[in-house]
Design a protein. Sequence first.
Length: 326
Amino acid sequence: MSIEWIEPVLASTTSIGVVYLLGSLGEIYAERSGILNLGLEGIMAIGAAISFIITIAWGHALAFLVAGIFGILMGLLLAFFAVSLRLNQITVGLAITMLGLGLSGFITFPTTRKIILQTLNPELPGAVLETQSVSMLPSVPIPLLKEIPIVGPMFFNHNVVVYITLILAPLMWFLLFRTSAGLKIRSVGENPGMADALGINVFRIRYLTCILSGMFSALAGAYFMLGFQPFWIEGMTGGRGFITLSLIILSTWSPLRAIFGSLLFGGIEVLQYRLQLFGLGATSPQFVLMLPYAIAVITLSLLSVESFRKRISAPAALAKPYYREG
């Protein structure tokens, strides 16, 4: 096996891994505060759809901005039902997933999309209104570092979003585990009643973390569209939101560990595309294809077992609504 074969595989592993990492960063904060957002899949889908349309109309930069705004709105929707109304978080999350998938399909339907694009940019030529693809984010190789064998192509020959995400993960770990703000978030997720008694605004923190979860999930969908698969297919997120949820559990709610987990899931996904080179393409590609989803189902199922939750140090108040006494 030559290094020429290994390097593009590792580069693709990082590229797709960033989708999982971006989606997990905000959700780690939400779950650390006690909010389980099962709507990641739908929010990723709406982020991908919005970025697809806005890129055609206005370009990459505004695509991420608008996708992030829509993610914030979805996060606020989650917070309203899960925090203010104290509805069952699993039910709310699944409803948001269905809403996001349905809305993404609606706005990208050819007739609807054409109306939206003509409204956003009346000067677009007719052929562009019918396109199913967009331009990918340009790579920004880092001089010298990109020449390092193996490591260079894997980490230093990507677009700006990859670099920002890889820098953001340790910063968010530091904020969560080494600052008073992070301590407040974690205390709300462990014992919201005690946190409230100490003067911490439980509802405000949970609203903020819901917003973070929604925003990062939408940005993950936008990056998937613009940085990995730059052509629109309905349902293109393909369950990656649910895989992200299992990644968070396996990383034990740590942004740093999520880096390694995202690379693991990214590597598994890339492996399915390269499996035929090992002579296994005719016999077992489905097995490799199902691995991330099987892991997701198992970990999410185990999360409902109280003894398992304690063993992996899950936030004690995760998915539990808070009722202020008195």
